[in-house]
Write a protein that binds this ligand. Structure first.
Ligand SMILES: Cc1cc2nc3c(=O)[nH]c(=O)nc-3n(C[C@H](O)[C@H](O)[C@H](O)COP(=O)(O)O)c2cc1C
Length: 156
């Protein structure tokens, strides 16, 4: 099965998880790049506002075509109870090309339900599996069992 991990990450937590997952699954990774500056306090505040308003952004060109994959794993940090604008834009751009989906998010503490609802709405798909990881779990290396279970649901 050909798997693509479509990942947006601002500070590396989601990226770390996506890289581990891709290594386990033998998947390709699309690192989605937000053209809008999201660093610093203004980047944080603007990011939260854009996410809350479900505002799209401009993203860099995609390296991989999701239509060529059997499964696409969409991954984003939770921002203001939603997905980050860069993943929103990616999923909107590729709507209809994703055959089967799984959803992953990382967060500080709450808001994954809203993020998963965004992913479902944008893909129009019921996910094969969903995984939420807390940033502190990832940073302390305590996420391995959950990630393994998630990968197991996706065939490995
Ligand atoms: C703009 C912004 C809004 C956020 N909103 C939430 C939130 O609503 N709930 C939450 O639990 N964490 C929130 N966080 C924390 C991130 O989801 C969390 O730190 C995540 O693991 C960061 O992933 P990354 O390192 O891949 O960017 C927010 C972070 C940012 C930058």
């Amino acid at each position: 099965m050909k798997i693509l991990v479509a990942c947006y990450s601002r500070t590396g937590t989601t990226k770390q998880v996506c890289e581990e997952l891709a290594a386990t699954l033998g998947a390709d990774i699309e690192q989605i790049v937000d053209a809008k500056k999201r660093s610093g306090i203004f980047g944080y505040l603007g990011g939260g506002r854009d996410a809350m308003k479900k505002k799209p952004t401009v993203i860099g060109p995609s390296r991989y075509d999701p239509a060529q994959y059997d499964l696409v794993i969409a991954a984003s940090p939770v921002w203001a109870g939603h997905i980050a604008p860069a993943l929103r834009t990616y999923l909107a751009q590729h709507k209809g090309k994703i055959k089967q989906a799984a959803f992953l998010c990382t967060m500080g503490g709450s808001g994954d339900a809203g993020a998963f609802a965004d992913m479902k709405e944008l893909t129009g798909l019921e996910p094969a599996a969903r995984l939420t990881l807390l940033q502190r779990e990832v940073k302390s290396g305590q996420h391995a069992a959950k990630l393994k279970e998630f990968a197991g649901k996706l065939g490995k």
